[in-house]
Design a protein around this ligand. Sequence first.
Ligand SMILES: Nc1ncnc2c1ncn2[C@@H]1O[C@H](COP(=O)(O)OP(=O)(O)OP(=O)(O)O)[C@@H](O)[C@H]1O
Ligand SMILES: [Mg+2]
Length: 449
Amino acid sequence: MIKLLVVDDEHPIRESIQMFMSEKGYTVYTASTIEESIARFKNLTPEVVILDIRLPDGSGLDALTRMHALYSFSKIIMITAFQDMETTIEAMKRGAYDYIHKPLDADELEKTVNDAIISFYEDTKITPKNMTRIAYNESEIVGKSRVMKEIYKMIGMLCQNRVTALITGETGTGKELVARRIHLSSPDCKRPFVTFDCSAVVDTLLESELFGHKKGAFTGAVNSRPGRIELAGDGTLFIDEVGELPLNLQGKLLGFLERKEYMRVGGKSILKSRCRIIAATNRDLAKMVGAKTFRGDLYYRLKVVSITLPPLRQRLSDINNLVAHFIEKSARELGIKQMTLQDGCIERLKHHPWTGNVRELENIIVAASIRSRGNVILLDALEDLLSHHAVSIEGTNAPRSLSQVEKTHVFAILESVKWNKTHAAKILKISLPTLRKKIQTYHLTPSHE
Ligand SMILES: Nc1ncnc2c1ncn2[C@@H]1O[C@H](COP(=O)(O)OP(=O)(O)OP(=O)(O)O)[C@@H](O)[C@H]1O
Ligand SMILES: [Mg+2]
């Protein structure tokens, strides 16, 4: 839950902000004097404070300074009246996040608080990638095939409720895209969309990443920190690669799904959340349940509704539209030329195995567009990319970036152990999740497939 502390000596103002912002899903606390506000602030470390400039026991400016000394990440929004302009400027100089005018305007208030929260997340190193505010077309899903139409129906159904959903499908089939789309099409689209990638966090930190921790809960826990559940607030928590979650945490996640309650690591109080959960995996969870590496009860709890995304090779009729989409997208986003394709290219693309699915296609199109001299992607150039994709490193004598070298090396090791990832991870002295990430980032696929 995102915490808001409202400090104002006028009861009607406190009450109206409290009512309005609680309806928007925030947990709102109030105080009417500086001393009271400091005491509450210490206990709560709220993400956002709405602070009146004139208070009975002193100036809001002093409260601002004291609060920042206690917890500098809090975003403090001053409430100002016209005659307070000088003081307001001073507050901004002292690090206030923004100010709003009296009489208060509900829309202005909500917008300012939302912006402050985004800024809070950025400062506390939850990257903006994990926060939603993406433009609608960035989440455009391309495809007119019958299988994709079924997917659209599921999205249409899921965006009208907050049921837990499981999205499965091979790597690169668009699981995250679909999750974002469900969120963005729902009435809660303005609330956060927070990602928790179980494969990107070392096991020992998974629990605190998900549930948060109290100051001193473990070595290195210098400050209390909210977990992803808390950051998702009343929005959506996207749990990616859920199959990588260790068994002990599977149990804790199940507990949360059943009760909507959890505790921070090292914490004593029970916290509540009403965030919507969408999980994704490219692993066969049913099989994992059989092998007892994934809890059956959690599996059934997650797949209340499940969506299975088809691999690209099962919807080759969509390649044409996808290619057009990626040509347009890369021209817009990467500032590269808008290309056309030589005859025969689409046919050639339809004959590729696409083990990396849509992501692989996107990468091929971007690479082909960047390499082409003119405005046309030539069949030969495409052929070259497709046949060497897994090892697509420019000539060995050319200067190579560290990531290019890493890509070749990781690929070589994987090939040498016939893609036994556990074995390869040992040789490379990296964890299995890290290896998986690298395979994904570099779009490595076995050469014999
Ligand atoms: N139907 C689609 N239309 C347009 N773009 C797509 C589609 N499917 C996937 N993409 C694009 O392909 C890339 C990979 O998609 P995404 O990250 O959602 O895949 P994923 O299933 O989560 O993969 P992984 O299992 O590897 O995490 C993204 O850039 C996404 O925008
Ligand atoms: Mg993904």
